[in-house]
Design a binder for this molecule. Structure first.
Ligand code: ARG
Ligand code: ZN
Length: 845
């Protein structure tokens, strides 16, 4: 069944208050609810329908009178009085057998919940929709030392505790946790002097992995006060780490629940990248307290209202905490790797989708990351001051409400007087715009840039219209000096020209600085010009992008036409590498090659059939050529990247280690693994240990270390996830599927745990040449496991189907193999709604 945005109607009843009592038992938890309803004067539809799935109804009462509602697999309906009334209901649920990890479930003996988007209906009967908001009071009865829910603490006693959340919230923000947990405590004094109790709750044994998360939380709380004027609004803020979790984390009011991989960290067990990700996710979930919780979404079509904005806010936070250019580049790498394929394939959908079957399938890179890009564009267009004013107005006007994208855009219109009608297409239109550029020079000193935009049609948007595209442009003189500082061109037409006057000579343009819009720039640029920008551009993003463009061009020439590595790329890279004036983290990004799937996309865009093996070989050849050309400078550079101070995950140290890791990869091609062995033996932190192990595996010399690593870390689930993943990631294309298959036979391959499943099969899906091995072994292994997982955990299964979304890029043999696997999945009896929707969309009509 498909649900449409245009069909929205408000619920017929208002909920004034919710009381819930949980009597916890693994197989038979009793949930008793007492809910005050009254008719909604703004609603036409007065049908009393409560969502409820997989519940055993024990009793139901209206105003104390026993009633007999009509039950269906989706919920219940009942005739109710046209006056305020009290609904009381008792249901039984089975958390121990809840393998979907949605609703109330158990993980390692601990009770926990995940209600977004539609999980609360698996806990009790309720109008489980985000526009129904209420205060909640919760009593938990259970013989466990720690009993948590949302809001502030109420009374408690032996084996029971009460919680009260004074802020009205939708049911998707409900949370409950109960178990043997240990608190890593902290306190925070808010800007108005209120003291907030903070706790990070973990399983015994994980106490040593809490300090960083707690610190990141405090920095997030301070930052939101200082930058957005947002103060925390309860007496307590709890975070709980859970091992079995479908996503990264969840912003439940006052009780955030995290995948343990997204919060637990220590130098010995976590990489620099883990630390950075954890800092960002803690900030993200905390920032939801205002953008998501205090102001929530009217319906799930508006998901980007909270997610796009909160991703944008967490990226601002990371940029402030670390290096802004490095963060911007990392975000664009991620956008190109995950969002562009989505936006240019069968799963394309607008940032605000207009229909869905299963909302969990729309927690996508488009809604999140493109949603954040849209806000970044809006901010660029209106300016920083107007953005700040608009946000103040948003918080003032909509606090306590469930809102839409129209509400969001209206505050910007009211503050700036701008008409955002055309800009709104960024929310309603799918597909990545292509921006082509032509330039002209006249000898009177005028330089003219003419842009043409076009967005490929998709199922979701068959006839796309021109977008508002902010194009940041700067101009450089042939000497390398900047002759025109960054200027923001506002493109609104399909084709549009912009003039730069009074120039002494024809300039070299630097276009789309800072990646000012999420588009694909199509411009014929000579290798010389790219090399020039790589050497001289003052915009760090475009300077980096010149490097990736050089790499992309030479790799595609190599893969498609058997060309040799471009000397311009190799020379440029050697210069960058040796430039001590450049931040090591930035140099490491420069050194990274474009993703192989991204290269395949570029080839397909240009009308070729990408050959994954040829792309892999081109990348190997180019790395080898760079290693050889840079051979003399590498050892000293590598030496300079060694950190002598005690480990810290800060930007400076992690930048050095990132560059060191990239250099080690080059050096291992020359020294046969001597340095990697040495680094592995001496490593006292996971970043160095793992990068050394990766290079050894890649060089085919890591057998002993692979075994030693396992023995050393056997007791640590998060590190063993890395062990699973690394072996797949570093395998050769012909081995990837068999390595992954072998790992699925390992006794530690606990496939019901989403982290372990993703570490193994997700890693295979991300190994471009391995996954697309010509014999279809990658496809069939993934399909086999998706078929096995679907009955237990539809959400994680459905997400991973996206690995097949690019199938039409490839040759007819691969297409036939993939089509067969997708059809095999689709034919499974009882296939979940989640997976059915994904497979159907990927296959197309
Ligand atoms: N709101 C969460 C976040 O972005 C994501 C939770 C989504 N979970 C889900 N099962 N759809 O922070
Ligand atoms: Zn979020």
């Amino acid at each position: 069944k498909t649900i449409y945005l245009q069909d929205y109607t408000p619920f017929g009843y208002i909920v004034d208050d919710v009381h819930l009592t949980f009597d916890l038992a693994p197989n038979a938890t009793r949930v008793t609810s007492r809910i005050a309803f009254r008719p909604n004067p703004d609603a036409e539809d007065t049908r009393f329908f409560l969502h409820g799935e997989g519940l055993t109804l024990i009793s139901a009462r209206i105003n104390g009178e026993e009633v007999d509602p009509e039950l269906s697999p989706e919920g219940l309906v009942l005739d109710v009085p046209a006056l305020p009334f009290i609904w009381e209901c008792e249901v039984e649920i089975d958390p121990a057998n809840n393998t979907a990890l949605e609703g109330l479930y158990m993980s390692n003996g601990m009770y926990c919940t995940q209600c977004e988007a539609e999980g609360f209906r698996k806990i009790t009967y309720y109008p489980d929709r985000p526009d129904v908001m209420s205060t909640f009071t919760v009593r938990i009865n259970g013989d466990l030392p720690v009993l948590l829910s949302n809001g502030n603490k109420g009374d408690s006693g032996e084996a029971w505790a009460e919680w009260h959340d004074p802020w009205p919230k939708p049911a998707y923000l409900f949370a409950l946790v109960a178990g043997e947990l240990i608190a890593h405590p902290g306190t925070f004094e808010t800007c108005t002097g209120r003291e907030v109790e903070l706790n990070l709750w973990v399983r015994p044994g994980d106490e040593g992995k809490c300090a960083f998360g707690m610190d990141a939380l405090k920095r997030s709380m301070r930052w939101d006060e200082e930058v957005y004027g947002r103060e925390y609004d309860l007496d307590i803020f709890n975070i709980v780490a859970v091992d079995d979790f479908n996503m990264g984390a969840m912003e439940n009011k006052g009780l955030n629940i995290f995948n343990s991989s997204a919060v637990l960290a220590s130098p010995e067990t976590s990489t620099d990248m883990n630390f950075e990700r954890i800092e960002a996710i803690i900030a993200h979930e905390y920032f939801h307290n205002w953008t998501g919780n205090r102001i929530t979404c009217r319906d799930w079509f508006q998901l980007c209202l909270k997610e796009g904005l909160t991703v944008f806010r967490d990226s601002q936070f990371t940029a402030d905490m670390r290096s802004a250019p490095v963060k911007r580049i990392s975000d664009v790498i991620d956008l190109r790797a995950r969002q562009f394929p989505e936006d240019n394939g069968p799963l394309a959908h607008p940032v605000r989708p207009e229909s869905f079957q299963e909302i969990n399938n729309f927690y996508t890179a488009t809604v999140y990351e493109k949603g954040a890009e849209v806000i970044a564009m809006l901010r660029r267009l209106v300016g920083d001051a107007a953005y700040a004013e608009a946000l103040d107005l948003y918080f003032a006007r909509h606090d306590g409400q469930a809102c839409t994208i129209e509400d969001w855009l209206k505050v910007f219109e009211d503050v700036t007087g701008r008409d955002l009608t055309q800009f709104k297409r960024w929310y309603s239109q799918a597909g990545t715009p292509r921006l082509s550029v032509q330039d002209d020079w006249d000898d009177a000193g005028t330089y003219r840039l003419t842009f043409t935009q076009s967005t490929p049609p998709s199922v979701a948007s068959p006839s796309p219209q021109p977008q508002v595209i902010p194009v940041a442009v700067g101009l450089l003189a042939p000497s390398g000096e900047e002759v025109a500082e960054t200027r923001l061109l506002e493109m609104t037409e399909a084709t549009q020209s912009f003039d730069f006057t009074g120039l002494p000579e024809r300039p070299v343009p630097s276009i789309l600085r800072g990646f000012s819009a999420p588009v694909i720039l199509e411009r014929e640029v000579t290798t010389e010009e790219r090399a020039f920008l790589l050497a001289h551009d003052t915009d760090p993003f475009n300077r980096w992008d010149a490097a990736t463009a050089l790499a992309r061009t030479t790799l595609n020439d190599m893969a498609l036409h058997g060309a040799a590595p471009d000397p311009a790329y190799l020379d440029g890279m050697c210069r960058v590498l040796g430039d001590d004036g450049l931040d090591p983290a930035y140099r490491a990004l420069m050194l990274a090659l474009p993703g192989q799937s991204e290269l395949a996309a570029a080839q397909a865009d240009a009308g070729h059939r990408p050959d994954p093996m040829a792309i892999w070989t081109a990348c190997e050849t180019l790395r080898q050529a760079l290693a050889e050309q840079a051979a003399e400078m590498l050892p000293a550079l590598f030496e300079a990247c060694q950190v002598t101070e005690p480990y810290s995950p800060d930007a400076e140290q992690s930048g050095k280690r990132a560059l060191g890791g990239a250099l080690l990869a080059l050096l291992t091609r020359l020294d046969g693994g001597a340095r990697a062995e040495d680094q592995y033996a001496k490593a006292d932190n996971m970043t160095l240990q793992l990068s050394a192990l990766g290079q050894l595996i890649r060089a085919g010399k890591g057998d002993a270390q692979v075994e030693a690593f396992y023995d050393q870390w056997q007791g640590d689930r998060l590190v063993i996830d890395k062990w699973f993943m690394l072996q797949v990631v570093q395998s050769t294309p012909d081995q990837a599927a068999s390595v992954a298959r072998k790992l699925t036979e390992h006794p530690d391959f606990n496939w019901k745990n989403p982290n372990r499943f993703r570490a193994t099969l997700g890693a295979l899906a991300g190994h471009h040449a391995g996954f697309h091995a010509a014999d279809g072994s990658g496809y069939s292994l993934l399909a086999e496991w998706l078929i096995k997982l679907d009955p237990l955990n539809p959400q994680t299964t459905a997400r991973m189907c996206a690995a097949f979304q690019t199938w039409r890029r490839y040759d007819s043999d691969r297409q036939a193999l993939i089509r067969a696997e997708l059809s095999r999945i689709a034919a499974q009896p009882g296939l979940s709604r989640d997976t059915t929707e994904m497979v159907t969309r990927i296959l197309g009509s």
